[in-house]
Design a protein around this ligand. Structure first.
Ligand SMILES: [Zn+2]
Length: 324
């Protein structure tokens, strides 16, 4: 059951039924426990792996498969005091000697239950309209549509209904508001769709906690796979938007620094407009490239380790930036 925290008794031992997986692209066979142990200290790598696996499944080019049956597997997790990651066969896969017999709810069934439980709230609708209205006030933004149907450029039978669609300069942008639990497969599916249509997609949350255990699983999926940038239309951003008569979002972004030989991070927060963002040729939208910052620190760390004469300069964290 993907993205769904299951109520599993804490007494139940942690047992991963798929203990060996294979990466078909390079032919490597990997023990799951040792693979996952490598990422004990950095969960971001697991969320990036989850994203690559989901992309592979959706494109029919599996990133990793079950060692026993050669069918694609997904990386999922549940909470049992601590978060446990494990690999599971894709729903509706064929038989396998290590397949869990316990019946699981399909994603479609879970979605139906979620939908039944919570039809889109009035608040969600008001937020969409508020974002749409603030974009309309911006003279540089054209063709703002809230909940309009978008059809695929070369297949009219494929379509989406984005929360907000808008055009500005030479770009088309879609804003999707994240409120309830969403599946990673939905996130990856929408990103693929909009990328194919040359549209930038911005996920916007209503609130965000900078505390690691205050963040939902899907927030982590989105954060770690979007250069550690999270966009939020919280009360403060809504107030500033009203004052400035334009859309203003809070952007939380990780700032990485060296503390001796260890890479540490803290959250920066800035209020930004859509014109302050970087829209790159790979259809990433971001404010601050935290991924690049982290990688460059990793490179300088490994370079320093290889030439011990260099000493590391620890960079103390500045206080959180704010304001525009
Ligand atoms: Zn299998």
């Amino acid at each position: 059951m993907q993205d769904k925290e299951e109520n599993i008794s804490k007494k139940e031992p942690i047992k991963r039924s798929i203990d060996i997986i294979r990466f078909p692209k390079n032919g490597s066979v990997v023990d799951v426990n040792s693979l996952l142990r490598k990422y004990d200290e950095d969960e971001s790598e697991l969320h990036k792996m989850r994203y690559r696996i989901e992309q592979g499944i959706q494109s029919g080019n599996a990133e990793c498969v079950c060692y026993y049956c050669k069918q694609p597997v997904k990386l999922i997790s549940f909470m049992a005091g601590v978060r446990i990651f494990y690999f599971q066969h894709v729903h509706n896969s064929g038989t396998c000697p290590v397949k869990c017999k316990k019946s699981r709810l399909s994603e479609a069934r879970i979605r139906a239950l979620q939908f039944k439980g919570a039809q889109e709230s009035r608040e969600h609708r008001e937020l969409k309209e508020s974002i749409g209205n603030h974009l309309c006030m911006d003279k540089a933004v054209l063709d703002v549509r809230v909940e309009g149907v978008h059809r695929h450029y070369n297949n009219r039978r494929r379509w989406r209904r984005p929360d907000i669609f808008a055009k500005f300069s030479d770009k088309e942008i879609v804003i999707e508001i994240q409120r309830s639990r969403t599946f990673l497969s939905t996130v990856v599916g929408r990103e693929n769709y909009y990328r194919e249509n040359n549209i930038y997609l911005l996920w916007v949350f209503v609130s965000f906690s900078t505390e690691n255990n205050g963040q939902t699983f899907i927030e982590k999926d989105i954060c770690y796979n979007h250069l550690y940038n999270i966009f939020v239309f919280d009360d403060e951003a809504q107030r500033i938007s009203r004052e400035l008569s334009e859309l203003v979002l809070a952007c939380y972004h990780k700032k990485f620094y060296l503390d001796g030989w260890v890479i540490r991070s803290y959250w920066g927060k800035d209020f930004i407009g859509i014109h302050d963002l970087i829209y790159d040729t790979s259809h990433n939208v971001y404010y601050y490239d935290s991924e690049k910052e982290k990688q460059s620190l990793e490179h300088s760390l490994s370079a320093s380790k290889n030439s011990p004469s260099l000493t590391m300069q620890p960079g103390p964290p500045a206080s959180n930036s704010s304001g525009r």
